[in-house]
Structures are given as structure tokens and as C-alpha cells.
Ligand binder design. Structure first.
Ligand code: KG4
Ligand code: ZN
Length: 337
């Protein structure tokens, strides 16, 4: 028998994502981004994001249905990001999902965005091993999760106490005069630089926790840039980018591998926009190979925010027999896993 058709809706930040899946088969995954509208502010502006979701959600949904060759009447369940994320942005997706569920008389499932980032890897690499450790690194989050069961048992091991990793990339790019979002240009500049030219601090490395901190690193880069400019020196952007990046990926990979080792877990998933980073992929592959850990990184398109992650997690929740959410489902900007 055919697996249920799940409609997934994601609007937690600046990407409007709508997807259709059956089990681990992706039928359509349409994304409209408002990233260009935020570029001149150097970060996501919540009100701008909310309005962009309102405008994009209906056409994006229509494109996804077309692409999948189905109609709304074919949908068996509706999954939507209930949090964490921006309040107004989340409300747009959750309101639309409720309307579909009510109009179609189909169950509604509010799901967690962070867990969606992990679940989506199944579309690329098949069922996740259990347990798995997951490192989520994006502009909005930096978290380490212990995933025993995607639908019912995910534990937060640690998270950033200040900036997210991607946010650090974006802020440092601004200091270096590179465009927003800062991850890709820093990644490219770093490839030409010498990571040992400067030693920047490793936030919270070796403190025994699974938490992260990147604001001290950002300040250290700012001081370096100020003093170089004060001395009238040329900024060696590639070297600074490489040294900054080395600090970020050193801490990220060290803590992820430590989490696996401490919990006796042999599987690691790295997801979120920063998982596209070439140095992070290389260093994680190297350290996982040394530690005997199987590393899975979804393809870049699935790493960034999209509807597929929410539809895939929805399929998981339906298969696990979880109760649907009530039609007065609330959004939660800091929804725990
Ligand atoms: O997952 P995502 O698309 O959106 C959310 O923040 O949820 O992640 C975007 C973040 C941005 O901060 C961007 O600078 C970062 O991912 N990013 C990268 C790279 N590509 C995107 N960071 C480092 N290296 C990259 N190659
Ligand atoms: Zn995300």
C-alpha cells in the first residue's frame, strides 16, 4: 500500500518552503527566499520576512502541487514548523497549515524545525541509524542533539550561548567588507588564506560542555581589524577569513565528535546552512574517520531551510502514530526539541 502523502510547510525564518513527500520519497520541494530583501540590513528583518511569507506561500504551494502532480485533495496529513523561529514568520505557515487541515479534514502536525533539519537527511541517505548525534549549524541555530527517535525521543545536548555559527560568519563578513550572507564569501576567501596567520580564540573548547560561544571570536576579529586599520596596514582578508573559519570549525567538530564518543554513538549528521562549508565538511570527515564515526551531510539544497525537512519529519510522526496537533496549535519561538 502507498505511504501517506504529507504536505510540509516551513516559514520559521526567511525561506518559504512547501514540499510533498511519501515516506522517504520527495515528490516536490519548492522554496522562495526573501534573503535579498534582508541583504542591506546584514541580517533577517522579522517584519520583512513575515510579509514575504504572506506573499510567497500561496504561489509556492501551487508550484509544489504542480510539480508533484497532485492536488490538495490528495494530501493525507499536513505538517508545519511550530517553532523555533521568528514569531510572525511562524504564524504565517501555521495559519495556512490549519486552514488546509480544516478545509481538507486532514490531521495537522506541528513539528520542530531543528528536528526537521536532521530528518531531511533520510531523503538523501535513507533511514537514520539510532541513536545518531546531530550538529545543526545555521544562521539561527547551533545545537547538538542526541536523536534516539525522530518522532518521539530527541534530546538537546548543547547549544550556543550567544551567536549562532552562521550569524558569526555573517557578522565577520561585514567586518571584512564581504557581502551578506557571509558564509559563502568567507568560505571562498579562506581557501586562499593561511589559517595559521592569526590564532583566534576557541570559544568554550575544552570546557566539558556541549555548548558553543562565538561572540568572543567575533570581538577578537573586530579588534584585529581595528588595530590593522589603525596601523594603516593592509587587511589580509583571506588570512583573517581562514583563521576565523578554523576557530569555528575546530570547535564545532571537536564538540560533535566528543558528543558521539561520550554517548557511545557511531553516527553523526551535520545539517543547516553552515554544513555547506567546505572546511567544516573536510575537518568533520577527517575527525570522524579517526574516531570511527559514520558521517552524513545532506546535499546543500536540503541543508538550508525548506519544506522537505518538515514533510519528512511529518511522515515520521505519522508513521509513529503520534497524536495530531489541535487546530488551536500555538507557535513557539523557542520550541524545545
Ligand atoms: O540554514 P540557513 O539557510 O538559514 C537559517 O539560518 O536557518 O543558513 C544560513 C546561514 C547563513 O548564516 C550563511 O552565512 C551560512 O548559513 N552559510 C555558510 C555557508 N553557506 C551558508 N556558512 C559557512 N560556509 C558556507 N559555505
Ligand atoms: Zn533552519
Amino acid at each position: 500500500t502507498e505511504q501517506p502523502l504529507i504536505l510540509g510547510i516551513e516559514t520559521s525564518c526567511d525561506e518559504t518552503g512547501v514540499a510533498l513527500v511519501r515516506g522517504h520519497t520527495l515528490l516536490a520541494d519548492e522554496v522562495a527566499s526573501s534573503v535579498d530583501q534582508h541583504a542591506r540590513f546584514g541580517g533577517v528583518v522579522p517584519e520583512v520576512a513575515s510579509r514575504a511569507h504572506l506573499e510567497a506561500l500561496t504561489p509556492t504551494t501551487e508550484r509544489a502541487l504542480d510539480r508533484a502532480g497532485v492536488t490538495l485533495a490528495d494530501v493525507d496529513a499536513v505538517a508545519v514548523t511550530a517553532g523555533p523561529g521568528l514569531a510572525g514568520a511562524l504564524l504565517v505557515g501555521v495559519s495556512a497549515a490549519k486552514a488546509h487541515a480544516l478545509a481538507l479534514n486532514r490531521p495537522l502536525y506541528g513539528v520542530n524545525h531543528l528536528v526537521g533539519h536532521v530528518a531531511v537527511d533520510q531523503l538523501a541517505h535513507g533511514p537514520l541509524a539510532s541513536p545518531t548525534v546531530a550538529l545543526l549549524v545555521s544562521g539561527g541555530h547551533t545545537s547538538l542533539l542526541l536523536v534516539n527517535d525522530l518522532a518521539t525521543d530527541v534530546r538537546l545536548l548543547g547549544e550556543t550561548v550567544d551567536d549562532a555559527a552562521g550569524e558569526a560568519y555573517d557578522k565577520v563578513a561585514r567586518l571584512l567588507g564581504l557581502p551578506y550572507p557571509g558564509g559563502p564569501p568567507i568560505d571562498r576567501a579562506a581557501a586562499e588564506g593561511d589559517a595559521t596567520a592569526v590564532h583566534f580564540p576557541r570559544g568554550k573548547l575544552g570546557d566539558g560542555s556541549y555548548d558553543f560561544s562565538f561572540s568572543g571570536l567575533k570581538t577578537a576579529v573586530a579588534r584585529w581589524v581595528e588595530s590593522a586599520q589603525g596601523d594603516g596596514e593592509d587587511l589580509h582578508v583571506p588570512d583573517i577569513a581562514a583563521a576565523f573559519q578554523e576557530s569555528v570549525v575546530d570547535v564545532l567538530t571537536a564538540k560533535a565528535v566528543a558528543a558521539c564518543r561520550d554517548h557511545g554513538v557511531g553516527h553523526l549528521v551535520i545539517s543547516g546552512g553552515v554544513a555547506a562549508n567546505s572546511r567544516l565538511r573536510d575537518l568533520a570527515a577527517e575527525r570522524c574517520a579517526e574516531a570511527g564515526i559514520e558521517l552524513r551531510v545532506p546535499p546543500a539544497r536540503l541543508c538550508t531551510d525548506n519544506g522537505a525537512m518538515i514533510a519528512t519529519l511529518g511522515a515520521e510522526v505519522v508513521a509513529a502514530g503520534c497524536s495530531p496537533s489541535p487546530l488551536d496549535l500555538a507557535t513557539d519561538t523557542s520550541l524545545p526539541v
